[in-house]
Design a protein around this ligand. Structure first.
Ligand code: RTP
Ligand code: MG
Length: 191
């Protein structure tokens, strides 16, 4: 039976940071004291560094790019995916000719699974990741900078808010993503 944490998926659509702030940021904008804000509504997406990305030592580089963008890491796990989870993850591709090789590729070694949070984070993550085929991906994107073959394209990112919700529910339990406010949210977001 496929283990699916649907309640986590449901709660992952749009969440509000209800946790208390981590503290105050003592920098100043003119007339404005900056504080960690707990009321900014943010979205979540599922991102996974695939076995080639892990083996090539790209975990730190990729996490750094997401952090530098201003996104917030709220859950992470390092693990080798089971066939059940890979099949669930890529269920829209089950009938495609490339599915068997995709499944073997994803199961060939450990992956680094993450949930990232931010305004419009699903689309932002896809932009950071780049086109599916690394040979067509723009320089500056992760696939454009680090990949060559479509079947070794380093990283996965959910393709819609609905997919994000579903995929977070496949891989993470409801209480795994941590709700907290980043101190710099008040300067990353205008409102
Ligand atoms: P992903 O789901 O992994 O983030 O990739 P994506 O949305 O950019 O692309 P998608 O169409 O969902 O394809 C899923 C993964 O299957 C492999 N693929 N191989 N040989 C082929 O024609 C082919 N097409 C897709 C890629 O690893 C792709 O990321
Ligand atoms: Mg996809």
């Amino acid at each position: 039976m496929v283990q699916s944490f649907t309640s986590a998926a449901q709660s992952a659509r749009t969440i509000t940071n209800s946790a208390g702030s981590r503290g105050e940021f003592h920098g100043q904008l003119p007339g404005k004291r900056l504080q960690a804000r707990s009321e900014i509504p943010l979205d979540r997406t599922f991102v996974m560094i695939k076995p080639d990305g892990v083996q090539r030592g790209l975990v730190g580089e990729i996490v750094s790019r997401f952090e530098a963008k201003g996104l917030k890491l709220v859950a992470a796990r390092f693990e080798k995916l089971t066939e059940v989870r890979v099949t669930e993850q890529y269920q829209e591709h089950l009938a495609k000719p490339f599915f068997p090789s995709l499944k073997n590729y994803i199961m060939s070694g450990p992956c680094f699974l993450m949930v990232w949070e931010g305004r419009n984070v699903v689309a932002i993550a896809r932009t950071l990741i780049g086109a599916t085929n690394p040979q067509e991906a723009a320089p500056g994107t992760i696939r454009g900078d680090f990949g060559i073959d479509i079947g070794r394209n380093v990283i996965h990112g959910s393709d819609s808010p609905q997919s994000a919700s579903r995929e977070i529910g496949i891989h993470f339990q409801q209480n795994e993503p941590v709700t907290y406010a980043l101190i710099d949210e008040s300067i990353i977001y205008e409102y």
